[in-house]
Design a protein around this ligand. Structure first.
Ligand code: CA
Length: 643
């Protein structure tokens, strides 16, 4: 084992100093020939198999020849459009099982064989004119996270291609009450980015039995560079999923919405069945001292971004999605398993394509990774990875409590988390000599402000388990207050899809394979809880209208944001001041009351427009106020702007 590791290290040092062929070019098709190229440093022999179709056992075998930098190559004459391939490697005299290449871009049903396609034929009409919607600053964005099935499976969605990529291409869909659903709903709500749960080819859904309607989040990657077949209308046709994923992105772009992919490079579905595990045994993973697979993901293995070719694989993969599919951002699952240098290199590579492509992730791991903590992309080191963001469990836990217990947070009456909430409201930076704690984000855009996502309880359920004795009316007040704090924070804002429709997962806090009946967004609630929906919609408009909430850099936050003294711990008051030239308002006052009693709040004397008060919000103003104090209702937010 030790011997192999040293050999790999020596090989890689050599590679790093030479011009490196791309992993992405493993299969280059033309009408007259297809060339193949695969990296495998320790193989003694490599074989390419070409199949006429996805299921036949017969193949033509080609011996691959070792060329420069441990890439094995061959060229096959003739038009291979529509054919399939696998490779296998022989190491220490033992042939591994066949697998698609690690950079397969098209695959058969369930991803067992790579497909050879003319990619030019996978572009929908108008694809060359597809443009990323305008974006100025990362703190301007409002991310909406959803799973394709959650968002579109309900019969009340009025959508035809339910659960498919094409569901998000349908215009004019409505609930039975005539309220907008689908892509029109997203436009109406005013979000800027749609973050989609894994849409690359994953392993937990059998694509040959889709009629059963099985559900999974999809955090189990098989082929990283191919869309998932379960979301296509025909997983047996390798081109269909590619065309339909592109059509979805094109439609979202036309609607002014950017698309963020949830990427899961931190582990593979399994080791024995995945190309990464078969083509270069062990290399792409971290191993424990005893030779077993390390398990920072909690899913049985963890990849090794610190190794040159895993790093290159990740860099090339995100760039491939950004170029070929026009993806606008990447959310890195368990980013804390990756090393910081890889994240910096990903950022640099994406900047060469378009520096508005977003990068952020979970700055933690499920278990301790087998790599030095100080070098990992953990939340604590976010400031060392410029323009890479991390989810803020600080603001989340401060507002609604930690997912590891049922305690309340500030929005449900627990003032103990007041300081952590202020830290999050300021965007996780070094604010005023670290008044609320040492900053971990270098800039506010690196602080993803959120309270809920697909993990753990959705907001309604979270508030129910931590405040079961309260009435629904009170819990709705807490809900609005918690989400308001996210929208007025200086970080990058993120909401979990369906919160605006008061979704419930009936107390299930890990719904990764729960049926649609648990996970589907209840479109019927758009009418039933229209007051809540309208509040969310207005809060998004208020954020987007006022640049004061998104000053965009740490220096401006330190200069313009002041926390005001309050008479009680359960009130947080802050003021965004001297906004001339930045905002249409001269100043903004935000008052957050996390108690069940009305609280008197003071602020500088002035003429104000009241944008939010007592559970209502209106970007154009609810009323006006002249003076220096107001009574803030129980569990609610008041927002005032001075014109
Ligand atoms: Ca799949």
């Amino acid at each position: 084992m030790r011997k192999i590791s040293l050999f790999v290290l020596a090989t890689l040092t050599f590679i790093a100093c030479t011009k490196q062929p791309c992993l992405e070019n493993e299969c280059l098709y033309t009408k007259s020939q297809t060339s193949f190229c695969f990296w495998s440093p320790l193989a003694e022999q490599m074989e390419l198999r070409v199949y006429d179709d996805a299921l036949t056992a017969d193949f033509r075998a080609y011996a691959l020849k070792k060329g420069n930098n441990d890439f094995w190559q061959t060229t096959v004459k003739g038009n291979l459009d529509g054919k399939y391939y696998t490779i296998r490697s022989c190491q220490n005299g033992k042939w591994e099982e066949e697998a698609p290449g690690i950079f397969a871009k098209a695959v058969s049903v369930n991803g067992t064989r790579a497909a050879i396609l003319d990619f030019a034929a996978t572009n929908p009409e108008g694809w060359s004119d597809d443009k990323r919607p305008q974006m100025t600053d990362p703190t301007d964005i409002v991310v909406y996270e959803t799973h394709l099935r959650d968002f579109t499976m309900s019969p009340n969605s009025g959508i035809s291609n339910r659960g498919k990529f094409l569901a998000l291409t349908e215009q004019g869909t409505t609930t039975p009450d005539g309220l907008a659903t689908g892509i029109d709903h997203l436009k109406e709500l005013g979000i800027t980015h749609l973050q989609i749960l894994p849409m690359f080819d994953y392993g937990s859904i059998d694509e040959t039995t889709l009629v059963r309607g099985n559900y999974n989040w999809g955090y189990d990657p098989v082929n990283y560079n191919v869309p998932e077949g379960g979301y296509s209308t025909d997983p047996y046709n390798p081109a269909t999923r590619i065309i339909e994923a592109k059509k979805m992105i094109q439609a979202l772009h036309k609607a002014g919405i950017r698309v963020i992919m949830d990427v899961v490079y931190n582990h593979t579905y399994n080791v024995a069945g995945c190309a990464l595990g078969r083509v270069v045994p062990q290399y792409f993973y971290r191993l424990n001292a005893d030779g077993t697979y390390a398990n920072g993901s909690g899913c049985g293995n963890e990849t090794a971004s610190d190794k040159q070719m895993m790093r290159q694989f990740m860099v090339e993969s995100v760039c491939y999605w950004a170029r070929e599919y026009h993806v606008d951002g990447f959310r890195f699952d368990l980013m804390g398993i990756h090393d910081q240098e890889t994240m910096r290199q990903i950022r640099a590579a994406l900047d060469k394509i378009d520096n508005t492509i977003l990068t952020y992730g979970e700055g933690w791991a499920a278990m301790a990774p087998a790599y030095p903590y100080d070098s990992l992309a953990m939340k604590q080191w976010t400031y060392k990875m410029p323009r890479v963001g991390a989810f803020s469990d600080d603001i989340r836990n401060a507002l609604i409590g930690s997912p590891f217990d049922h305690e309340r947070g500030f929005a449900s009456g627990n003032t103990a988390s007041r300081q952590a909430l202020c830290f999050g409201l300021a965007g996780g930076i070094n604010y005023h000599d670290n008044e609320f704690g040492e900053g971990w984000s270098g800039e506010p855009m690196q602080h993803v402000s959120y309270i809920t996502c697909h993990d753990n309880y959705c907001l309604r359920d979270r508030i129910e388990v931590s405040a079961p004795e309260e009435t629904e009316e009170t819990r709705l007040r807490m809900n609005k207050l918690a989400q308001t704090a996210v929208f007025v924070s200086q970080g990058m804002t993120f909401i979990y899809g369906g919160e605006e429709l008061y979704r419930t997962k009936r107390g299930i806090d890990n719904s990764y394979q729960s049926p649609d009946s648990i996970n589907t967004i209840p479109w019927e609630n758009k009418l039933k809880y229209n007051d809540l929906y309208e509040y969310y919609r207005q809060m998004i408009q208020i954020r987007r209208e006022h640049r004061g909430f998104r000053l965009g850099n740490a220096e401006l936050v330190n200069k313009h944001l002041d926390f005001l003294p309050t008479q009680t711990e359960s009130l947080i008051a802050f003021r965004l001041k001297d906004l001339e030239g930045i905002d249409t308002a001269k100043s903004i006052v935000v008052l957050l009351n996390g108690s069940n009693e009305s609280v008197n709040a003071n602020f500088p004397m002035g003429e104000y427009v009241v944008l939010a008060h007592d559970g209502k919000a209106d970007v154009n103003g609810l009323t006006t106020l002249s003076g220096m104090q107001i009574v803030v209702s129980p569990y609610s937010a008041t927002i005032l702007v001075q014109k």
